[in-house]
Design a protein around this ligand. Structure first.
Ligand code: FES
Length: 106
């Protein structure tokens, strides 16, 4: 039985250089996923919370974007410096960080 409690999908989509539309791959998407994986592993949380790469999440204007399931919490303009707060507040305490939230459930 899996002990996985939350799944974090981080957009790494990269449009060609010069594309009119922004893409998370050009805004640290891959670095965010790598850093989150490292932080989770360093704290022994990698079997409880899994960070995965995602293609375009259709939130490009808010990139870099991520969505955290099962609640479907959407965050945008995420910076490396936000990752500790995301781990503490959203992953461990199950609370939303409103300043990062880009979509709310209807
Ligand atoms: S490129 Fe990341 S949400 Fe579209």
């Amino acid at each position: 039985m899996s002990s996985l409690k939350k799944h974090i999908f981080i957009c790494e989509h990269r449009r060609p250089d010069g594309a009119a539309k922004k893409s998370c791959g050009h805004q640290n998407g891959a670095e965010l996923k790598k850093a989150l994986k490292q932080k989770l592993a360093a704290r022994g949380l990698h079997k409880t919370f899994r960070a995965n790469s995602a293609g375009c999440l259709d939130a490009c204007e808010h990139g870099p974007a991520m969505v955290i399931y099962p609640r479907g919490i959407w965050y945008g303009a995420v910076e490396l410096s936000d990752l500790d707060a995301i781990i503490e507040t959203t992953l461990l305490d199950d609370r939303v960080i409103e300043r990062l939230q880009i979509r709310k459930k209807e």
